[in-house]
Design a protein around this ligand. Structure first.
Ligand code: PLP
Length: 387
């Protein structure tokens, strides 16, 4: 009988991958499946980025790189953040990792242990709660509510801070809700954090370029008063349609950056060189493809939100950012999980139950609208029919 560590049983998962496997199995049996489950752009990585990755391999970039990323890439990240958010970032504080997830894992491992509390959005990206549980810390949900446009309420967050709180995770624009937290609320949170200097912040800004209706992204980097305890996560996966390249980064504060690099060395040594050169081309090359993708998402968003609101029993809030719609489905009489199963098995449409993103997601399901307009319209038609 093998004796695994007890902690491994506390690790959760991201159900989007399970639904993807289920959908692929049904498709292999000949069923026509429309996949609005997994959260990844349906576009190809732009050609000039692919070419830069190929060229790096041809040029012989086959070996290890520095654990925190090649210097040119970290400098390009700092320049990009300067341009987009009007902030000054030292490339030495940038740590390049294989995707968005490693930064979450590292931040939670750095602060989480039994007796510690870590706050996280709920419904939110499922990996936050999973790794908090894994670390042994107590997960303290920040409830995100439809009536607030799924933005967090700064007063409510501040009221939950205790002497044991070590880290607060926030995510805007948000997965799974598409919610964007307004600047006033972020201002209030940052002002209140002055009374709690023992609390660090992980701001997951992976959807920082996907906001609609003229909204502008507010980066937590824009608040100098918390820079010494802020971890800001962003990356290439969503912005440049590069989910499979496994490339992301975070800006770490001086006090934590060496710990982060040590975690990289212990975990993965470095990101593969070709992806890093591709990421460099993404940041320094033309941004037209990004603007085109965001414009396409915006068009689909308007269609899906209005169509979802026309399904009896559905009520869909405005999706202000990212590429997700998160309708309330209580009026159908189905639980979130029943709806997910019914839509997949009877309508051939893959969606994700809101409860996959935490207990506060009951009554909701997530649609990723990173799919063609035709397939979105067909998916909605089939769901209406099966209901
Ligand atoms: N953060 C959020 C909020 C996400 O939705 C995702 C992916 O879905 C990630 C991070 C992880 O991105 P990556 O695929 O780069 O690890």
């Amino acid at each position: 009988m093998l004796h695994t560590a007890e902690s491994i049983n506390r690790l959760g998962t991201e159900s989007a991958f399970d639904v993807l496997a289920q959908a692929q199995k049904l498709a292999a049996q000949g069923k026509d499946i429309i996949n609005l489950g997994i959260g990844q752009p349906d576009f190809r990585t732009p050609d000039h980025i692919v070419e830069a990755g190929i060229k790096a391999l041809r040029d012989g970039h086959h070996g290890y790189t520095p654990a925190n990323g090649i210097p040119a890439l970290r400098e390009a990240v700092a320049a990009d953040l300067g341009k987009r958010h009007n902030v000054s970032v030292n490339p030495d504080n940038v740590v390049v990792v294989p995707g968005g997830k490693p930064t979450m894992f590292f931040a939670v491992l750095m602060f989480g242990e039994p007796g510690a509390e870590i706050m996280y959005p709920n419904p939110g990206f499922p990996i936050y709660e999973s790794v908090i549980n894994y670390s042994g810390a107590t997960p303290v949900p920040i409830a995100l509510k439809e009536e607030n446009g799924f933005a967090f309420d700064a007063e409510a967050v501040l009221a939950q801070i205790t002497p044991a709180t070590r880290l607060i995770i926030i995510n805007s624009p948000a997965n799974p809700t598409g919610g964007v937290t307004p600047k006033e609320e972020i201002d209030r949170l940052v002002a209140g954090l002055a009374d709690h200097p023992h609390v660090a912040i992980l701001s997951d800004e992976i959807y920082s370029q996907m906001l609609y209706d003229g909204r502008e992204h507010v980066s937590l980097l824009q608040y100098p008063e918390i820079r010494d305890r802020l971890i800001m996560l962003d990356g290439w996966s969503k912005t440049y349609a590069m989910t499979g390249w496994r490339l992301g980064y975070a800006v770490w504060p001086d006090a934590l950056v060496d710990h982060a690099v040590r975690l990289c060395i212990n975990d993965h040594s470095c990101v593969n060189a070709a992806s890093q050169y591709a990421g460099l081309a993404a940041l320094t090359g033309p941004q037209d493809a990004v603007h085109e993708m965001v414009a396409a998402f915006d068009q689909r968003r308007q269609i899906i939100v209005s169509e979802l609101n026309r399904i009896p029993g559905f009520r869909c809030a405005d999706a202000a950012g990212a590429f997700y719609a998160f309708p309330n489905i209580e009026g159908t009489g189905l639980t979130a999980r029943q709806a997910q199963d019914k839509f997949l098995n009877e309508a051939g449409v893959a969606t994700i139950a809101g409860t996959s993103f935490g207990a506060w997601g009951e009554g909701y399901i997530r649609f990723s609208y990173a799919a063609s307009i035709d397939s979105i319209q067909e998916a909605i038609r089939r769901i209406r029919e099966c209901l």
